[in-house]
Ligand binder design. Sequence first.
Ligand code: BGC
Length: 735
Amino acid sequence: MEDLVTMPDSCDQGKSPWTFRVDRMAADDVALVGNQCMLGNGYVGYRGTLEEYSSDQLVGCMLNGVYDQVPGKWRETVNAPNGLFTRIEGAGEMSRHQLELNIRKGRLRRDSTVAMPFGVVTIQSERFVSHDNVHLICMSYSVRPSESGAVVVHTGIDREVWDINGPHLGDFEISEVGEVLCVSATTQELGITVAVSEVIDCPFEVSVAGSTRTVTFEAEAGRTYGFTKYVSIYTSLDCDAPVDESIRCCREAKAAGYDSLGVAHDERWENHWRDCDVEIEGDDEAQFALRYSLYQIQLAAPRHSETVSIPARALSGQVYKGAVFWDTEMFMTPVFTLTDPSVARNLILYRYHTLPGALAKAKEYGYKGAFYAWEGQEGGKEACTHFNVTDVFTGRPMRTYFRDKQIHISADIVYAIWQYVELTGDDSVLVEGAAEVMVECARFFYSYAYFKEDKDRYELIDVTGPDEYHERVGNNSYTNRMVKHCMDATLAALKRLEELDPDGYEDLDTKTGFVKELSRWARFSERLYIPKPAESSRIIPQFDGYETLEDVSVQALKERVLNPNEYLGGGSGLATTTKVLKQADVVLMLNLFPNDHELDVVRKNWEYYEPRTEHGSSLSACAYAMVGATIGRADWAYDYFMKTATVDLTGNSKQYVGTLYIGGTHPAANGGSWLSAVYGFAGLSANAESISCKPSLPSKWKSMRFTVRWRGDRYAVHVTQEKGTVLKCKEVVKV
Ligand code: BGC
């Protein structure tokens, strides 16, 4: 974390640090700091930019699940106009500046000294994106001039927000209703209305022009003058009258006041921490990094709706088109399954609501069932294009096969659903749509597979596994194993549905006609080829023919690179003809199916694939951390854990693929940090029958404590270097 992040002294609650400070203010830092100091509540993500910033400094107020496409450009999430915009007239360069993010409470404070025509002014602000009311953002703002005189502050709603493929909003309308200002606009493609209202509580003279207020007062040198501001956002996806709703919300917020709204917000955060916190004794750096990761993932958790999910860059911007990937099911949902199942439930049902897109995609390719989008947007629409990367040398778009061949996404979704059902005991999700998702995914895989008469087995050929550098391979071990799990889990889920809700079972059959396919699916699962460890080496081949590729180290491969942003995969990528893989693939599979192989096989594969993995994706390191801990190499695992847990603190991640900017926050890594700590170091193991732990702590960790929710009850887990205990808590927790 070096000089980017000052490890805090201590915050006002508890003995461990919960805040970090950033004092960077150069123009080059705005992207990183904007990510580091994010606020959000699953409905909206607000970047950590300063009040006076505008589109050039990447101000983003990203609305989860609101997408728009400008003709000829990529569809992406919409940023709402910036209701926190505030600027002091005459303010110049900052001479001193600090942002302090309190991750325990989701509050961001600013303290800056800024040059004025006469003297300087100290600006202090605090903001929070309410966790009590997802439509509300609150800010308090104050100034303290060094010289007496008139101070003029402009504050209002600014349209100049970050757009990668915009502009998305048009037909702007400004209204002033009583003391509330409102800007509404509509998206280009679907005509969604976005309404942003704001009101201020201010004792000074205020005039309004357009969507900006001007606050004027005579200030005495050294005295502090301030106001509070309430911003509310609604869209026509939320309600019929978003303008009215946002105005009403602002009025109510002003009446309630900043402090009381803050108390309600803080209470919600206390609940989140009660559910997800992990205490690490003996390693403050790891402690903070893990908590920070949990903070980031909480910002994007959709508690309010099952029609949105968590995009690959969370709500930090339009990067990756604001789309939802397999990242959610493999690295985020499992965290919520054990900490806050209601969020996991929403994430799962999101896939039910987006099933139409997955059915359409399978059909487009000539398959049956549900082929989920690689980059999913509203309704499950596929956002990934056929030419998704631009070659840095020629400037030409490259044909990539992420969209066409990463079929594992449908199996990943089923994995998350079944894990949720098993670990929470909440079968009702099957009735409410998850069983239908499973049926359609199973049906898709059956239609995708080939039966090879000569080998008497089913195979999955022409696929891309998690390692995207090797496209269109045969029998990717991860994919085949996940598909087998998909078939088995679907059969088990349907059996359960039949017992639980015979009418629902029949209705599902009437709707989808699955019953006649069940025996085929069982046979497919039995005869699906699962690559085995080689006789002598015990290495599981990543795919057919992997062993014939050039064996070169990651380091040696990197020496061949001509342009730091060149894409290593695809048709002509440097890694394509070598064994170098982008991210955990076989190792991820070993982690998901820990009972498939003896520990010795797991260890040999970890050791084999580790030096060949580039970790070109932020999803990779946590898989190596988890498996590393399982094989008793906690200290190897530790480095991978820290790499995962600090990715959004340090900003050490790939920023470009080809010419495509991919910066932002990394919720999969954030979730992966918790998974590494809990499943890896604490060695938690849970299924429908039992829950236990077998710790393998890094040498400097004395102990870990956390709670999980398992099958309706809360359990306290305490592990030390020597042993682990899992004890049922007295309180009753409803899923
Ligand atoms: C990774 C994918 C991941 C995507 C979004 C890519 O770099 O290879 O596995 O889903 O980023 O995080």
